[in-house]
Design a binder for this molecule. Structure first.
Ligand code: CTP
Length: 209
């Protein structure tokens, strides 16, 4: 019987509002994160899911915190990560947000001018922020790469102070299967090709030891 751990799983996209009805987001369905949550529960662990806007059913026994923007997700992680033993950072966090959220609808034309210009500011790196002081906590990051994957994922592992990083390609987004390569500080640990996300999740949970 393995030790019961309290594990946080982030899942899904974040959503950054431009005005009351428009937003910036991405294709993430949250499936990978929710499969990891199920696999953790099946292994006897306690799970807190921090979910962006997704259509995923909460697995029985999991605690769920719904968030919208990257800054909302950061606030939830800053509150809950210090009390947890590990985190799987499967969320596809938006890197940028509009500099201001308009109170009313964005108009087709700016006052007296042409099309409006959307000014963006960078979101903080949530994982790097919370993992900087992780202590004994295990941090499993994800990396979505379209080229030069292993080298870029290895650099992210270091930059984000993670113990492992799960590399996948853009075809993993909103898909039932994915091809993943898991790396740690020494290089590739294992890889799975075109694997159903539930099967991948089971293997990922084993990384907790
Ligand atoms: N991540 C995060 N905060 C961000 C961006 C990403 O916590 N603002 C996390 C993701 O949840 C994932 C890991 O960092 O676990 C890598 O995400 P990815 O989008 O691949 O990398 P980026 O840091 O955004 O780098 P780039 O866009 O340059 O590839």
């Amino acid at each position: 019987m393995t030790e019961t751990l309290h594990v946080i799983v982030t899942a899904g996209p974040t959503r950054e509002y431009i005005d009351p009805v428009r937003y910036l987001s991405n294709e993430s369905s949250g499936l990978m994160g929710f499969e990891i949550a199920k696999a953790l529960l099946a292994a006897g662990h306690r799970v807190t899911i921090v979910a962006g806007p997704v259509h995923q059913e909460t697995p029985e026994g999991a605690e769920r915190i719904d968030v919208m923007s990257a800054l909302d997700m950061l606030a939830a992680l800053e509150e809950h990560f210090p009390k947890a033993d590990a985190i799987f950072m499967a969320a596809a966090v938006g890197d940028f947000r509009p500099a201001t959220k308009l109170g009313g609808k964005w108009k087709k034309k700016e006052e007296g001018g042409g099309p409006p210009v959307l000014e963006l500011v960078e979101n903080p790196d949530l994982l790097a922020t919370i993992a900087a002081t992780k202590g004994h906590r295990k941090v499993i990051a994800f990396a979505l790469e379209t080229s030069d994957g292993e080298a870029r994922a290895a650099a992210k592992l270091v930059r984000k102070n993670a113990d492992y990083i799960v590399l996948n390609g853009a075809s993993a987004l909103n898909a039932a299967t994915s091809t993943v390569t898991v790396l740690n500080g020494n290089g590739v640990v294992w890889a799975l090709e075109d694997s159903p996300k539930a099967a991948t999740a089971k293997r990922l949970v084993e990384l907790l030891g």
